[in-house]
Design a binder for this molecule. Structure first.
Ligand SMILES: Cc1cc2nc3c(=O)[nH]c(=O)nc-3n(C[C@H](O)[C@H](O)[C@H](O)COP(=O)(O)O)c2cc1C
Length: 364
């Protein structure tokens, strides 16, 4: 069924402007009667942040920004879906065109700028599916014109804690001016203190809601030292490494589109995102788990991400080029690795290569 969807839809989608193609893909997921994927092999199951995942492969935020199709994606066999980024008030984002496909590189550049239908619309959708099961996290951000950006995060935690499996504080989009400055130590400490406090305040009625922090892959190592230190002292439940990069890795073939401003994702992001993940892993010292995102496009790159330090992984750009069947391909590869190595589950792989990755030459 997924194969058929991919075969019919992908040639059409690839011929369209990327944002139009994405809109159409979401609409198809809404309407098409997709059969549910077979239950996952128990060896892929994992428990992270106190939540049970049938497999570690998730949909990264940006794909389903407004929570239109989380259940369709879970039914297709993804282990979890992170919807968002949502902002408190609806906002249009930057002018189009604002998403560019670098076909020769397996990469995407986007400068969407938090286009969001806003909290009310997304809250209604998540509330309507709250009893449906499955892990659906929500990624939250601040409105571009917010007078107090921290207050935006606080109100979103308060409003969404009861309908989301977890909440991700996103301070790493490159497309909202000044947002990444919230990664600076003093601001971040204040942000996390207020966010965790909000989570505790609503816990009596909302239940326990893990709070994760999503960072950029473009941080310096001294900045990463500070961020991990603050995340640990403020007791976040995990980190996501990471968002798109404002850098342009060496060797990009589509030199014209590479000049577009925005965040780059997909295959060329893999070395940098793996390096930052491994650097984060060694600093976190097992205190909380990590989600790895960036450049996963195959079973091998998925396993590499886990070995660099990820307990869970997320995909976006790889789906644009590889189709929705990528999830099944990754599951098969992970099970083949377990068979080959005689292991009962994926836990031994998590971070197995982290130290080695941090010793490599810095990715260019
Ligand atoms: C078109 C597009 C939109 C995105 N929107 C968001 C977003 O709203 N919030 C967010 O945290 N990350 C967003 N991302 C980043 C992804 O979640 C992910 O971190 C990044 O693309 C790296 O993974 P990938 O190489 O598998 O795409 C977006 C990525 C793309 C390509």
């Amino acid at each position: 069924m997924i194969g058929l969807f991919d075969r019919l839809a992908r040639p059409l989608l690839q011929a369209l402007d990327p944002e139009t193609a994405h809109r159409l893909a979401v609409r198809m997921l809404k309407l098409a009667p997709l059969r549910h994927a077979a239950p996952d092999d128990k060896r892929l199951a994992t428990r992270v942040f106190g939540l049970n995942f049938p497999n570690p492969i998730g949909i990264a935020p940006g794909f389903d920004k407004n929570a239109e199709v989380p259940d369709a994606l879970l039914h297709l066999g993804f282990g979890f879906v992170e919807v968002g980024t949502i902002t408190p008030k609806p906002q249009a984002g930057n002018p189009r065109p604002r998403v560019f496909r670098l076909d020769a590189d397996g990469a995407v550049i986007n400068r969407l700028g938090f286009n969001s239908e806003g909290a009310d619309a997304v809250l209604r959708r998540l509330a309507a599916r709250a009893q449906s099961g499955g892990v659906v996290g929500i990624n939250v951000g601040a409105n571009k014109d917010a007078p107090d950006r921290i207050a935006d995060y606080v109100q979103l935690i308060e409003r969404f804690a009861s309908v989301a499996s977890y909440v991700t504080v996103n301070i790493s989009s490159p497309n909202t001016p000044g947002l990444r400055l919230m990664q600076q130590a003093a601001v971040l400490d204040d942000l996390l203190a207020r966010v965790i406090d909000a989570r505790e305040r609503v816990a009596p009625h909302a239940g326990p809601t893990p709070v994760l922090l999503k960072i950029a892959p473009d941080l310096s190592l001294p900045d990463l030292d500070d961020i991990v230190g603050i995340a640990r002292s403020r007791r976040v439940d995990g980190m996501i490494v990471g968002n798109t990069t404002v850098s342009r890795p060496a060797g990009l073939r589509d030199v014209v589109k590479a000049k577009e401003s925005g965040g780059l994702s997909g295959r060329p992001l893999l070395p940098l995102s793996n390096r930052m993940l491994a650097e984060t892993y060694v600093r976190v010292e097992g205190v909380f788990p990590l989600i790895g995102a960036g450049g996963i496009d195959s079973g091998a790159t998925a396993l590499g991400k886990i070995r660099a330090g990820a307990s869970l992984i997320q995909l976006y750009s790889g789906l644009i080029f590889g189709g929705l069947a990528l999830a099944a391909e990754i599951k098969a590869a992970l099970l083949a690795a377990l068979d080959h190595d005689g292991k009962p589950d994926l836990s031994d792989y998590v971070g197995a290569d982290a130290a080695a990755v941090t010793a490599e030459e810095w990715p260019r």
